[in-house]
Ligand binder design. Structure first.
Ligand SMILES: [Zn+2]
Length: 432
């Protein structure tokens, strides 16, 4: 695989991953926008704009409604906190019509949504919200964001709130698109069998962003009344209880770590991956819980690390105490030999991922969006980083996540006063 980066005159970044033995092309178009760029008044607009764009992909049907033009496959669009993504695959012979379609999808040729499309998508999103509200994960995610990021836009729900959705009008959509769906705010990654020269020529032709200059955009953003979080967020800390009647209690441990660069993040993600395996292996066997997960969610300035689990209410203090013990043992027993073994496993997994152009494009595009395109991260690059991991890096990550502070702990469900007391004591005596 050969990876090439090209910047169009209009500012759009193109990353080409050339794999010549495939029949399919894989497209990943990332826009640097999401709920982190919203405030309470327009929360939900980024997701609405994504829906409207996705609806465009089937809007230009040259034939009867039900015979869709078979251009794009496995289409998926989603909105995150800092990113809105459009992904799909297509046949290698369809590069031209697909690029034309994609340019319409990301409003490169203006906003052509009518009021009826807007009202339709708003109704769909209101249902999407209701469906989400019934999920326990959604309930706790909302609580966790409110506790950890109480005074900035990271606390906002990606889907928005129904009150906002109902009142959004075409002007709101246009303004938002003009501010964020700008070529300099997008990365188009294509993987598969094609020539970058052809791709660049076609993209130049179809991605015509007329409209205001970048300077004007900055001015218009300044006028916005709200505050967008754009810095490292200090963890709020503390042990927090959420009263909730449910058959299981929930426990979450949260810590945030500053991000200096992509290399460090690759290593830290590797660490979290095997820590997840370790915790899951030992906690499940000792406390019989169905799921334990260590995870890391990365923003440009920092990563938010979490360990989450659910179990019967009477296991709560036992779980928290065991979590501490198992962490201690992990720190004590991790040695050079184990790390070498873990590294080899990871190198093999990365080797396998190289077989999938989609994996390659997703990975490269994500790192480019977060850390810029000066350094292009591929699976081969990741392998180099993994090889260079030393025990002291791992211990350093461990300290950042578990030793600097006792973490922000969130416990939801039914907790008796005695349990509460014990849990608070465990939190203040945290030592791993
Ligand atoms: Zn949606």
């Amino acid at each position: 695989m050969i990876v090439k980066v090209h910047k169009l005159k209009n500012g759009l970044t193109i990353i080409a991953c050339e794999y010549f033995r495939f029949n399919s092309l894989y497209f990943d178009l990332a826009v640097k926008v999401g709920s982190r760029y919203e405030n309470e008044k327009n929360n939900g607009i980024a997701h609405l704009v994504e829906h409207l764009a996705a609806a465009q992909s089937s809007a230009h049907k040259p034939v009867e409604q039900w015979i869709k033009d078979d251009l794009v496959h496995d289409f998926s669009a989603y909105t995150l906190q800092e990113r809105t993504n459009f992904e799909f695959s297509a046949h290698k012979n369809d590069l031209k019509p697909v690029l034309k379609l994609l340019s319409e999808l990301v409003y490169a040729r203006g906003v052509v949504i009518d009021k009826r499309d807007l009202e339709t998508e708003k109704k769909i999103i209101l249902e999407e919200l209701l469906e989400n509200e019934n999920e326990p994960d959604f309930y706790y995610n909302t609580k966790v964001r409110n506790i950890c990021f109480s005074d900035c836009s990271l606390k906002l729900n990606i889907l928005g709130i129904s009150h906002n959705i109902m009142k959004f009008c075409l002007d709101d959509v246009r303004r938002f698109v003009n501010d964020y769906y700008r070529p300099e705010n997008m990365i188009l990654t294509v993987a598969g069998s094609f020539k970058i020269e052809t791709l660049v020529k076609l993209a130049d032709k179809y991605f015509k962003f007329s409209r205001e200059s970048m300077a004007q955009r900055v001015e218009s953003l300044k006028k916005e009344r709200f505050r967008i979080s754009s810095a490292y967020i200090e963890p709020k800390g503390g042990i927090n209880f959420i009263n909730r009647s449910a058959s299981q209690n929930y426990l979450g441990y949260y810590a945030t770590v500053q991000n200096s660069n992509a290399d460090e993040l690759i290593k830290r993600e590797f660490f979290v991956e095997f820590l997840d395996q370790y915790l899951s292996h030992y906690l499940r066997a000792k406390i019989f819980c169905y799921s334990v997960g260590a995870d890391i969610n990365t923003f440009r300035e920092f990563s938010s690390f979490s360990v989450e689990s659910s179990f019967q209410p009477d296991k709560t203090e036992n779980f928290y105490a065991l979590f501490q013990q198992i962490l201690k043992r992990f720190r004590k027993t991790l040695d050079f030999g184990t790390l070498k073994h873990l590294k080899n496993n990871k190198l093999k997994r990365l080797e396998l991922d190289k077989d999938y152009p989609r994996e390659a494009a997703n990975l490269t595009s994500w790192f480019a969006l977060v850390f810029g395109t000066e350094k292009i991260i591929t699976h081969t690059y990741q392998q180099r980083m993994i090889k260079s991991v030393e025990l002291k890096d791992i211990f350093n990550f461990y300290d950042q996540m578990f030793r600097v502070r006792p973490g922000t702990v969130i416990i939801g469900g039914k907790v008796s006063p005695t349990q509460k007391q014990q849990l608070k004591k465990l939190w203040s005596n945290w030592k791993v």
